[in-house]
Design a protein around this ligand. Structure first.
Ligand SMILES: Nc1ncnc2c1ncn2[C@@H]1O[C@H](COP(=O)(O)OP(=O)(O)OP(=O)(O)O)[C@@H](O)[C@H]1O
Length: 466
């Protein structure tokens, strides 16, 4: 589970203890003066075993600095300082003019999925891999067809401002997001190294399926955004083409053949440029199967089957292009065309959020409301950083259950329990609905707010269809 944490900076001579601020755990690091006792020391043997940690550097929209120049400055800054690494932002050093003028934020990403060391890595264990990027503010570019009708796809230049922070906001069981990232890394590596597809076959197609509102479309967009940042040295330009399969097959049925041809002509043009990384997102892919079935039953024009087949053939053709990843989603797993399912390398089921995920989703929403001052009476600084699910469980197991924060988190856990069966989409709306239901929203303590959230969750659940 991704959890935002703070980076703790220490002078090497003073390394005594690092505090995992969020979890409230003490991680002991023995200092250099602490003679005799086991001391973690950088050793040359370790350089081989260093853990690669992604450090993402977002440039200001106004920045005109070169990517290499900024990357070099950040690498130097990381070398110079003795940082321990944990997920979250690192302050931009005030004495580095280049960074101050050009960098919006520096962030360490996804350590908790890699490490067993209380989610914190010591600076000498780490090989930071710095990715510098600037967000595109252009927004989606919707292509119009010759007759002025909107076409069935949107195009985005990545990384896009609209998708900033989306990856971090999506919360799933540990491993899912990493699995997708690693899959894409392997797929791009195999292609790059020219692995013979007759000997090892891979299609660069991902299928996410599961109930509505579980974040499948958002996860595809967020994955494309992440990959565009992580692979920017190899592919300096990235685009996302978002296709709604349903509209492709139903809007102007007789036009569908032309729409598919136009769509793929566009994609082929993009992939011809070998420095482009192209993501094609096909939403509601089950409509392929629906179109084929309707054609067979005679209720749709018979050429619909030709359109479906054309789409599958075009997708096969894209197999030869190393720089395309096809991301697809479906709400109805059983209805997906078997010919399509077979082509997907990763078929990941995205289910409703587990208790831990529900707790983390509500925790991040609650923290945002506290940060923005919507939930008041929060003078205790501890309240600003609520413990994660894992550290709450640890605290409860150790019998630490008497502090105000733990009390609040127990209530939060109660709210997460009350939300069983709700989708991620409903959970993200819940704090808003709870706030709107408060009789006196001006003087709302976190505990009162959580009570309102439990009531709202119960009401929402009672309104779910059986
Ligand atoms: N696991 C999750 N963690 C955090 N937020 C989530 C999660 N799942 C869903 N959401 C929230 O729900 C919103 C809607 O998700 P999205 O539209 O991507 O879901 P979907 O599965 O594609 O739905 P549909 O199948 O109905 O199109 C997301 O933008 C996000 O705010």
């Amino acid at each position: 589970m991704s959890s935002p944490m703070e980076v703790v900076e220490r002078d090497p001579g003073e390394l005594k203890a690092q505090v995992d601020i969020e979890a409230g755990k003490e991680v002991e690091i023995v200092s250099e003066e602490n003679g005799g006792v086991e001391e973690p020391q950088p050793s040359s043997d370790l350089t081989e075993d260093k853990i690669q940690v992604a450090v993402e550097v977002c440039l200001k929209p106004t920045s005109t600095a070169g990517i290499h120049e900024v990357r070099f400055a950040v690498e130097r800054m990381l070398e110079k300082r003795c940082l321990s690494y944990a997920n979250g932002p690192i302050p931009v050093p005030a004495d580095d003019i280049l960074l101050v003028e050009n960098v919006e934020r520096i962030c360490i990403c996804e350590i908790d999925e890699l490490v067993d060391n209380q989610d914190v890595l010591l600076f000498w264990q780490v090989k930071p891999v710095v990715h510098v990027f600037q967000l595109s503010e252009e927004g989606p570019c919707e292509e119009l067809s010759a007759d002025g009708q909107p076409s069935s796809f949107n195009e985005w230049i990545l990384p896009a401002k609209e998708f900033d922070g989306m990856w971090e906001s999506l919360i799933y069981d540990v491993g899912l997001k990493q699995r997708l990232l690693r899959y894409a890394a392997s797929a791009l590596l195999f292609t790059e190294k020219g692995v013979d597809p007759l000997l090892v076959s891979w299609n660069r197609i991902i299928l996410l399926h599961g109930p509505p509102g579980t974040g499948k479309t958002s996860l595809c967009k967020a994955l494309a955004q992440k990959l565009s940042i992580r692979f920017s040295s190899r592919y300096p330009q990235s685009q996302l083409i978002e296709v709604n399969a349903h509209s492709l097959f139903s809007k102007w049925f007789s036009e569908s053949g032309k729409l598919v041809a136009k769509l793929f002509q566009k994609i082929h043009e993009m992939v011809e440029e070998e420095n482009n990384l192209v993501f094609v997102l096909i939403d509601e892919v089950e409509s392929l199967a629906a179109a084929r079935k309707a054609a067979l039953s005679g209720s749709e024009p018979s050429d619909s089957i030709r359109v479906v087949n054309a789409l599958l053939t075009q997708m096969d053709k894209l197999k030869n292009s190393p720089n395309v990843i096809i991301l697809t989603t479906s709400n109805i797993t059983a209805a997906i065309d078997i010919a399509f399912v077979d082509r997907a390398d990763i078929k990941a089921y995205i289910g409703p959020p587990t208790l831990e995920a529900r707790y983390e989703i509500l925790r991040s929403s609650l923290q945002e409301l506290i940060r923005r001052g919507i939930i008041s009476n929060c003078t205790d600084d501890d309240h600003k950083i609520l413990p994660s699910y894992i550290s709450l469980k640890d605290k409860l197991a150790q019998g630490v259950d008497d502090t105000e924060t733990v009390e609040l988190c127990k209530q939060l856990l109660g709210a997460a329990e009350a939300c069983e069966g709700l989708s991620g989409r409903s959970l993200r709306k819940l704090p808003f609905l709870a706030h709107a239901a408060l009789p006196h929203p001006q003087s709302c303590t976190p505990l009162k707010f959580l009570c309102a959230m439990i009531n709202t969750a119960q009401r929402e659940r009672s309104e779910l269809p059986d």
